[in-house]
Design a protein. Structure first.
Lengths: 381, 381
C-alpha cells in the first residue's frame, strides 16, 4: 500500500509514537493535573514536556502559552472567535480551509466584517491586496501557511511584518506545514498559531494546539474544571488552564511529544529536504504525462508536498477510486473542504485528486504512483 | 499499586481497549470521512460502530444524534451554551461540577438567568425545590446523575418526568455513572446527555460525547471542515457533522467502542453489582474506624462508588500524599472542581480525600485501603 493522504493525517507514525501512547495508557493512564498521586503527576509532567518540545520547535518563549485542543479546527475556532469582537474587521484569503472560512463567515451575524482576498490561479496572494484591504477596524489577518489544495506556500514572514506595521494581530494556520517547514513565532511575528498534532507533527489524532501570544485577549470557548482555583465559580484567567477545561487527551498529547521529539532529532531541514526531493520527482514526472492537468505552483520551492491534479475529463473521485482499488494507492478526491480555493482554480464542479507526501514516503512510492497515473491517463484518452 | 481515582479517569482499561487503539493507529490510522480510500472508510466505519454501541447502551434511537467531543466538559459546554439563549432561565443544583456551574454562570453576562438549587448535607436534592424554581422562561434543567464528590445519586427519571410535565428540556451529566448505571434516554426523558469516554465507559482519554434529542435546536460551538457539503461556506445542518468539525480522535473513539462493547458483554447489572459490593465493603469498614468523617449518603443503594472522607483534623492533601507515598494507594484530595458541593458539605476550606472505585478493583484492594486508613487514623489521634 502506498499512502499519499498525509495532508489529511500522516500515516504511519514513527514507532516511538505508538510506543509512547501505549506506555502512557498502560503505565500511567491517570488524570493529569487533577490529583496529586504519582501517576497523575507523571501524566502532568508528560503533558508539560510536550508543551516544552513544541515551544522549542516554534520558538515560543513560554510553553504555557501553548493551548492543547482537539484538533487544528478547534484551535482556529478558539483563536478567531475568541479574539474578534463586534465591530471588528478581519482579512483572510480565498485559499483558506473551511476551518478558517466557516468561523469567519459565521461571525458576520455577530457584527464582525471580513474581506476575503482573491488569489491567482496558482493560489498565490498579493501582499498589496492584503495591505489595501486594511481598514481602520481591521484587528486580525488570518492566512494559511500552505494551501491544503495546491500546497502553495504563503510568505508568512512578510505578512507578519505587514500586520505588525499596521498594529494588526496575525494568525497562521499551519495545518500543512508544522513539522516540515521552519516556523518561528517571534521572527515571523505570529500572534496566534494553530496547528494539528496528527499531521506532520506525527502525533496521534485527537491532538492540536493554539499558541496565543502573551497578553492577547482571547475569550475561552469552554468553561469547566481546570484543576486550578477549584473554589472559584468563574473560569481562572491563567494560561493554559483558562482554555483547557476538562480531562485532556493525555496519551495523545504525550504521543505528540514523541512525534515532535522525533522531528527535533531528525531536524526540520532534513525533513524538508526529503519531502522536497520527492515532491520534485513527482512534479517532474507528472509534467511528462499527457492528459494530466496539474494545479498550483508546480515548483517544489513554492509549494508544500501537496499536489492536486485531474486526468482528462474524468471525475476526480473515480480516479481516486481506481488508484485505491487497482493500484493500492491512497489519495483524496473532491473539494478538500476548501471551496473558494477550488473556485480560484476553476475546479469547484469536479474537484481534484490530491496526492500528499509524508516523511515516510520513498522514491519508489512516487515512481510507482507516477506509473499508475500514466496507465490511468492512457486508459482515459 | 491500588488505584482508587476512577472518578477522575478509570485505570487500567480492558486489554481490548489498548489493543484496539494500537490496531487503529498502526493498521488504519487514516482520516475518517474525509477521503474515500480503504483505510479512511475503515476508520469511518469504526467510528460509526462506536456510535451504534453507545446508542445501544443508552437506548438512543438514531446513532447520528450522538456527537463525539473532546471530553464531557466539551459536551456540557456545547449543550448548555448551544441551547440557552438570552432571556432564558436554567435550573441546576449545588452539587454540580464546575463543568456545569462555570458555563451556566458564564452565561449570566449574556442574559441567561439561573437558579442553583441547594441540596441537603448528604447531597440530595428535593424535587419540590426544583419544581418551585420553575419560571415562565425556564427552558433547561441540568443535573448530574451522581455527585463526583459524595456519589449521591440523583433521581434522574423523576426529574426527567418533571421536566417533561413542564415542557422543559432536561440535560444529564453522566460523568460518574455512564457505564455503571442504567441510562435510558427515552424512558428517563433525557434530552441532552453528556458523558466522558474515559471514565466508566472504559475508553481512552480525549473522548466524550453529547446525545442531542432529535429536533433540538443546539448551536454548534465550532465550524470547519466536515467532509460533507464541502462546497458550502456555512456549517452543514446535518447531525453529527454540524458539531464535529475537523479530524476526530479516531483511535480514541474506536477504542471507546471497544470499552462500550466490553460493558455490553459484561452487562451493566453485573458491573453495578460488583461496584456496589466493593462500595458496601468500603463504607461498612470506614464506619468502624475512629476519627474518620464520611460524607454523603453512606448507602450503596443511594450513591455511586465515590466516597469522600476526612481524618481527624488532618489536611486532605496530606492524607492523600501519605496514602500514595507510604501505602501506594492513588486517591484524590482537595475540592474536586465542585466548590458549591463542598459548601453544602461544609468542607470548602479543607477539601476531602476521595476514593473512587472502578471495575477492576478487588475486595483485597478495599481491605488493604481500609487497613491503611486505620493506621493513618491511629497516627492522627
Amino acid at each position: 500500500m502506498i499512502y499519499l493522504d498525509n495532508a489529511a493525517t500522516t500515516f504511519p507514525k514513527p514507532d516511538i509514537v505508538y510506543d509512547t501512547v501505549m506506555n502512557v495508557m498502560k503505565d500511567f493512564g491517570a488524570n493529569p493535573g487533577r490529583s496529586g498521586h504519582k501517576l497523575a503527576l507523571k501524566a502532568g509532567r508528560g503533558i508539560y514536556d510536550t508543551r516544552e518540545k513544541l515551544a522549542s520547535l516554534f520558538n515560543i518563549k513560554n510553553p504555557m502559552n501553548i493551548i492543547f485542543t482537539y484538533n487544528a479546527t478547534d484551535a482556529l475556532n478558539l483563536g478567531i472567535k475568541g479574539f474578534l469582537k463586534k465591530g471588528d474587521h478581519v482579512i483572510t484569503t480565498a485559499m483558506e480551509h473551511n476551518s478558517v472560512l466557516r468561523p469567519i463567515l459565521g461571525l458576520e451575524q455577530k457584527g464582525v466584517k471580513n474581506t476575503i482576498i482573491k488569489c491567482d490561479q496558482k493560489g498565490f496572494v498579493d501582499l498589496d491586496d492584503i495591505e489595501n484591504a486594511i481598514e481602520a477596524n481591521t484587528r486580525l489577518i488570518v492566512t494559511t501557511h500552505a494551501s491544503n489544495l495546491t500546497g502553495t506556500i504563503y510568505p508568512i514572514e512578510k505578512i507578519g511584518a505587514l500586520a505588525k506595521k499596521h498594529n494588526i494581530i496575525y494568525m497562521v494556520d499551519a495545518a500543512q506545514t508544522a513539522g516540515i517547514y521552519h516556523i518561528d513565532v517571534e521572527r515571523m511575528n505570529i500572534d496566534l498559531l494553530a496547528f494539528p498534532g496528527h499531521k506532520s507533527l506525527l502525533g496521534p489524532q485527537g491532538t492540536g494546539g493554539l499558541y496565543i501570544k502573551e497578553g492577547l485577549d482571547v475569550i475561552q470557548m469552554k468553561e469547566g474544571g481546570t484543576g486550578s482555583k477549584s473554589h472559584e465559580l468563574i473560569q481562572p484567567d491563567i494560561l493554559p488552564d483558562k482554555y483547557e477545561s476538562g480531562t485532556p487527551n493525555t496519551p495523545g498529547i504525550i504521543g505528540l511529544g514523541a512525534g515532535v521529539q522525533y522531528i527535533l532529532d531528525k531536524g526540520i531541514d532534513n525533513i524538508m529536504k526529503h519531502e522536497k526531493e520527492l515532491l520534485k520527482l513527482f512534479l517532474d514526472g507528472l509534467k511528462l504525462i499527457d492528459g494530466v492537468k496539474i494545479y498550483g505552483p508546480l515548483d517544489p520551492e513554492k509549494q508544500a508536498p501537496v499536489v492536486s491534479i485531474n486526468i482528462g475529463d474524468e471525475d476526480s473521485s473515480e480516479i481516486s477510486y481506481i488508484l485505491d482499488n487497482v493500484f493500492d494507492i491512497s489519495t483524496r478526491s473532491g473539494l478538500h473542504c476548501a471551496p473558494l480555493a477550488h473556485k480560484t482554480l476553476g475546479t469547484l464542479e469536479r474537484g481534484t485528486i490530491r496526492f500528499s507526501i509524508g516523511l515516510f514516503n520513498t522514491k519508489k512510492d512516487i515512481l510507482s504512483t507516477l506509473d499508475a497515473i500514466k496507465k490511468i491517463a492512457i486508459e482515459a484518452m
